[in-house]
Design a protein around this ligand. Structure first.
Ligand SMILES: Cc1cc2nc3c(=O)[nH]c(=O)nc-3n(C[C@H](O)[C@H](O)[C@H](O)COP(=O)(O)OP(=O)(O)OC[C@H]3O[C@@H](n4cnc5c(N)ncnc54)[C@H](O)[C@@H]3O)c2cc1C
Length: 394
């Protein structure tokens, strides 16, 4: 039986930085994922899902030595426009006015996973095992957890970081219940190429059907998350390109000219999943395994990175003083206490935005517009909103 200080389950968006940052801190890490690493990237940029990270998240990645690996492929966001269809109120956040180099960046999910898996593979303190999952786990009286993998290998660990996504099998094995809330909406996901340059601008537009986010990507491509009633989303996903373009253009307007190409379209249901507790004996849940949020305002992954930062602090990242036992119950309880208010704030914010700006159940348009106009004209409110968008807390 082998021993590893920290076992990270799930080599996805959240698990990879967790494993690498722990190893950089001197811990021996085993990283497992059920999918093989050899997933090739689609050649076509239009095919890729992406995620917006705020400049605070960029700072964290930089402090963990990861930004250098990721920045070459990231698209900077210099401006964010928040507006409401049919109303004058809007908010414009500009990096230069706020004194930052960029408000955030857009990363391509698969490129992120591919480059960080390569980093993990090359790291002398990481044992990366793909194509396997956790089959069983038992807490030992010796202050460790015994874990059996689907490859039949058994190992002991002091801390298990479960980053195995929304259907986390570790969460289930740990007996942690997750609560599901249905927003009764779906998100239509696609990419479009526009006739006019985006000039590093991101757009969040609140329409009668729900929020519509446009994120800038290289090559004048915009990544799109469009929240709609489920039946509207599936009808638009199946509509011919002309009808789809017309519907989208009527909601977004012509601020980036005409749609000249449309990538593959997909639909996902919008639900919130929240684990009732984030820790159990020697186990901590991270990323989607802990909570899956509505994608409005792009908060989920940024929150997961802040959770990771706090966990890393607990196990000695900033102080350099590593505890003897990274999975000690006091450390994990300290982590939960430290993270509670930020997590609550983000869950309430995304929930309120999702419900306020949702078709039938939403606030009247003029009330929402007033909110946006007020936000734009009152300096401190606007700065607060900007700090929030960039992922700064406190
Ligand atoms: C449409 C949409 C847009 C979004 N946009 C943004 C945004 O702009 N900004 C933002 O901050 N957040 C955004 N989010 C949230 C963001 O996508 C999540 O926070 C992020 O994906 C969480 O990553 P994760 O690593 O926890 O999960 P995942 O990315 O799902 O990774 C889970 C990993 O675990 C592996 N795995 C699964 N099961 C097992 C198992 N049993 N054993 C071993 N391995 C397993 C999987 O193969 C995968 O590699 C968005 C979400 C959606 C749905």
């Amino acid at each position: 039986m082998t021993h590893t200080d920290i076992l990270v389950v799930g080599a996805g968006l959240a698990g990879l930085p967790a494993a690498i940052a722990c190893a950089e801190n001197g811990w021996r890490v085993t990283l497992v994922d059920q999918h093989d690493a050899a997933q090739s990237l689609p050649e076509d940029l239009m095919d890729q899902r992406c995620t917006a990270i705020g400049s605070a998240s960029e700072g964290l990645l930089r402090s963990w030595g990861l930004w250098g690996t990721l920045c070459a492929d990231a698209q900077a966001i210099d401006q964010v426009h928040v507006s409401q269809r049919g109303c004058l109120g809007n908010v414009r956040l500009k990096a230069d006015e706020l004194g930052v180099a960029a408000l955030g960046h857009v990363i391509e999910n698969r490129r992120w996973v591919q480059s960080l898996r390569q980093r993990a593979h090359e790291h002398p303190l990481i044992d990366l095992q793909t194509g396997c999952a956790v089959r069983a786990m038992t807490e030992m009286s010796t202050g460790s957890l015994e874990v059996t993998l689907s490859s039949d290998k058994t190992l002991t660990t002091q801390l298990l970081i479960a980053a195995d996504g929304v259907n986390s099998s570790v969460r289930e094995l740990a007996g942690i219940i997750a609560k599901r809330t249905d927003y009764e909406q779906s998100a239509l996901l696609t990419t479009v190429r526009m006739s006019e340059p985006h000039r590093a601008r991101a757009f969040e537009r609140f329409t009668a059907t729900g929020p519509l986010a446009f994120l800038p990507r290289p090559d004048n491509i915009m990544s799109l998350v469009w929240c709609l009633a489920p039946e509207q989303a599936s009808a638009l996903a199946q509509a011919n390109e002309g009808a789809f373009s017309a519907a989208l253009q009527s909601q977004f307007g012509h601020r980036l000219g005409q749609i000249t190409a449309i990538g593959p379209r997909g639909v996902i249901p919008l639900v919130r999943w929240e684990a009732q507790i984030q820790i159990s004996s020697r186990v901590v849940l991270l990323g989607n395994a802990a909570r899956l949020l509505h994608p409005v305002a792009g908060q989920g992954f940024n929150l997961a990175l802040r959770d990771l930062a706090s966990l890393l602090d607990m196990i000695g990242h900033r102080s350099g003083e590593r505890p003897a036992d990274p999975g000690h119950a006091d450390l994990l309880r300290g982590f939960v206490t430290q993270r509670r208010s930020d997590q609550r704030r983000v869950v309430l914010l995304t929930d309120a935005l999702a419900r306020t700006f949702r078709g039938k159940a939403s606030l009247p348009g003029h009330v929402r517009a007033l909110g946006l106009a007020g936000l734009d004209s009152i300096g401190p409110l606007r700065t607060g909103f900007a700090m929030q968008s960039m992922g700064y807390t406190g």
